[in-house]
Write a protein that binds this ligand. Sequence first.
Ligand code: NI
Length: 176
Amino acid sequence: MGILKVARIGHPAIRRGARALTDEELRSDALQRLIDDMVDTMKEYEGVGLAAPQVHLELRLAVIEVPAGDGREGVPLTVLVNPELERVGKEIVDGWEGCLSIPDLRGITPRAKRVRVKALDRELKPLTIETAGFFARVLQHECDHLDGRVYMDRMRDLSSLTYLQELERYGPSDDE
Ligand code: NI
């Protein structure tokens, strides 16, 4: 079990973007260890997703796992190697996001309602996910990290930004 150090905004790794893994990297034991460590790190910090640039690596790799609860549907552990994301349809939905690289803050972020992601899984089998709702949101958030973007870049209006503690104490602002 390896907990990795998570880069916060301001660290160049967050803005650098990422490159596809090479064939040699795909077949390496190091990739399997890295995936295990990223999963451990995501769970340790109670994130629902983690992308490689957040652990200082310029690689197109992300892990996602959403525990069910709070009226939210869970997403089983999903490993995305070299993912490519496309929007499906034009519908945009607002929802709360946070990020392990921007600790303690939450903000309302517009995202495509439905997306399709093509990637390899950790066994290097091709994977296609088409989904809507919170899973689609997390997929967009993590794929953005691979292009050096964070959720705040996508916010239309920064007035919803709140610390998590205040959000829990005072609830969402009226404009949600
Ligand atoms: Ni994030």
